[in-house]
Design a protein around this ligand. Structure first.
Ligand code: ATP
Length: 236
């Protein structure tokens, strides 16, 4: 379970997060939606211990990231980029991460298979396409078989087959009781993936509920999103 409570982030005089609260629950895919600059990445960075909140809390199974006993088996995250050195092969990168985290080497082959990168495992990551880089980042996040997955814009850079694949993959993770939180500014792609939706705009949560609740009387999640984030009433 991820629990964000009254989270405030200020940078100078700018309030980037104005006291936001929401949860992402086990067994569900939660979509964290908002336009560019709404505060999604800022929230995820605090949650993953990469940045400090001005006030409020962001807890992973009840504790801040820094106090997790076993971070890699608790939470896997994909923020920006694959984090791999360009001269390293995908397999070498994963082995290096596994070794530094004390995870069994056998996990490397398993996660490569899971994300469909086995065929490219011996290629240098500098030659990977954007989509392959995203898959490698996901493979890295999966090394510890974490019960929580946090993904920032996972669909970006994926081709239609890749989008379909990640959709199915995330649904399966949730079906096995895990918690999945993913951020996006692309509504259409999320409607078929998420159970719950949290919409953020200008550092404020403007909607929070099940997909059906947030879509409400609008025709689609996309219509609901634009109405909520632009004040455009749209067709109801
Ligand atoms: N390092 C930083 N220094 C100053 N301002 C920042 C920094 N990082 C983010 N911001 C500001 O914080 C606000 C929220 O940015 P954030 O990246 O969290 O939004 P986002 O919802 O993830 O957007 P996107 O979809 O574009 O990634 C923006 O106004 C941004 O300009």
């Amino acid at each position: 379970m991820l629990t964000i409570e009254n989270l405030v982030k200020r940078r100078g005089s700018q309030e980037i997060l104005a006291g936001i609260s929401f949860r992402a629950r086990p067994g569900r895919v939660t979509g964290f939606l908002g336009p560019n600059g709404a505060g999604k990445s800022s929230t995820l960075r605090v949650l993953l211990g990469l940045d400090r909140a001005t006030s409020g809390t962001a807890l992973i199974d009840g504790v801040p990231f820094a106090r997790l006993r076993d971070p890699l088996t608790t939470v896997g995250a994909v923020l920006d980029g694959s984090g791999a050195h360009r001269a390293r092969t995908g397999r070498a990168h994963l082995r290096w991460v596994a070794r530094s985290a004390g995870l069994p080497r056998a996990r490397v082959g398993e996660v490569l298979e899971t994300v469909g990168l086995t065929h490219a495992a011996s290629k240098r990551t500098g030659g990977y396409s954007l989509g392959m880089g995203r898959r490698l980042a996901l493979a890295t996040a999966l090394l510890g078989d974490p019960r929580i997955l946090v993904l920032d814009e996972p669909v970006n850079g994926l081709d239609p087959e890749g989008i379909r694949w990640i959709r199915t993959f995330l649904r399966e993770r949730a079906a096995s009781g895990r918690t999945v939180l993913l951020s996006s500014h692309l509504m259409g792609e999320l409607a078929e993936t998420v159970d719950d939706v949290v919409v953020i705009d200008k550092g404020v949560i403007v909607a929070d509920g099940t997909l059906a609740e947030v879509t409400g009387a609008y025709r689609t999640l996309e219509d609901a999103f634009f109405a909520l984030t632009t004040g455009d009433g749209g067709p109801r």
